[in-house]
Write a protein that binds this ligand. Sequence first.
Ligand SMILES: C[S@@+](CC[C@H](N)C(=O)[O-])C[C@H]1O[C@@H](n2cnc3c(N)ncnc32)[C@H](O)[C@@H]1O
Ligand code: SF4
Length: 395
Amino acid sequence: MEQPIKELTMPPEKFGIYVHWPFCAAKCPYCDFNSHVRRDPIDESRFVAGYLKELDYMHNLAPNRHVASVFFGGGTPSLMSGKAVAAIIDKIAVLWGYEEDAEISLEANPTSIDSQNFAAYRLAGVNRISIGVQAMNDTDLRKLGRMHSVDEAKAAIKLAQKHFDRISFDLIYARPHQTLNQWQDELKRAIELGTDHLSLYQLTIESGTRFADLYKLGKITMPDDDHARILYDATQDICAGYGLYNYEISNYAKAGEECRHNMLYWRYDEYAAIGAGAHSRLISSNDPSIRYARIDQRQPEKWLEMVEAQGHAFIDVEELTPSAQAIEYLLMCLRLREGVSLARYEYLCGEKLNARNVAKMVAAELLIHDVEAKRIRTTEEGLRLTDYIIGELLG
Ligand SMILES: C[S@@+](CC[C@H](N)C(=O)[O-])C[C@H]1O[C@@H](n2cnc3c(N)ncnc32)[C@H](O)[C@@H]1O
Ligand code: SF4
C-alpha cells in the first residue's frame, strides 16, 4: 500500500534568498533577462529601502529558517554600492540568521567600474563572485554587445581572485561561425586564468531580443545541431581534463565547488526572491505539503512603488499542489548529474513515480536507475531530452 505523504520524513530543506538588481549599463543584444537601462541615475537608497521592506514581508511568510545561501543576480548587481549590498546582507542576518558557512554570491560584469567594488563586497560578506566574461576574443565581445575587452575581463578575474576564494565565470559558446578549434582554444585560455567553477552556455536566440530580430532577417547564422553537439562534447572533455565535472547541463565545477545556491533551486529546496520580476517558492506555514509560487512585478519602478505601498510587489501567487511540485522537482532535478531522488519525489508528490514508465525510459537508454541509491538520472543522450522524459514518466 502507498505510504501517506506526511509519514515520509525528509531532511529539512535548505533555505536561500535571491536578490534581483534589474539595471544594466547597456542591454546586450542576446539577453532576455529582466534588465533595464536608465538614462538618469538610479535612486539606490530608495531601492535598498524597498528590498529591506520586501525582506520583512518574506520573513513574515517564512519565519524560523536559517539562510544557507544568498545570490545577488541581475541585471548587473555589480553596479550596486558595497553599502547597498551590506545593508541587504545585514538585514537577512537580523531577520533569519545565516547557517554557518553560508554562501553569498554576486554576479559581476568585468568592466573597471564594476570591479572597483570588489573589496567592499567582500567586506559586506559576499564570499563568491561570478563574472560574466562571455568570450575570450575582442571581436566576439563586440558582437555580443559587451562593454569590456578580454584584457579587462582578465584584470577583473585577477582582482576577484585577490578578494574571493571562490570565483566563477560565464562564457557563451556555439556562437555564429565559431569553429571547434576556436572554442577549444578559448575555453582552455579561460580555464587557465584559474577557477573552480564555470557556467558555459550555448548561445540561445531569445524572442524579443535584438539577436532574434537579426536572426529573422538572416543576419545571424546559428550553428546546426550537429556542430553544437560537437562543441558540447569538446566542452565536456576539456573541462574533465581540468578536473571540472559537469554537475548540471551548463555548469562545471571541481568537486565541492558547485554553486550551492543554484543547487538549492535544482534540488527544489525553498527560496524567497526579492526585486523586480523575482520568483519565490515558499512552503505554506499551514500545510507543509503546499508550496506557493510568487512572482514580483517586472518593471523596476512599479515594483518599488508596490513595495512601498504594501510591503511586497507580487503580481501572481499560485498554490502548487503536491503533483505540481513533483513536476517542478523533476524539471529542475533532471538537469543535475546526481539526478532525482525517488524518495523526495514521493515525499513531494504523495505518490511513487510509475515504475513501468521509469523502466521504459531506462530501456530507451535515456535514464539510468540506481536501485541502491534510489535515484534516477539521465544518460548523456537523455540530458538533452528532459522535457520528453518528463512527459513519458508522468504519462
Ligand atoms: C543574468 S546574466 C548576466 C550577468 C551579468 N549581467 C553579465 O552580463 O555578465 C547570466 C548569464 O546568462 C548568460 N546568458 C544570458 N543570455 C544568454 C543567451 N541568450 N544565450 C546564452 N547565454 C545567455 C550569460 O552568460 C550571462 O552571464
Ligand atoms: S547579459 Fe548581463 S549585462 Fe547584458 S543585458 Fe543581460 S544582464 Fe545586462
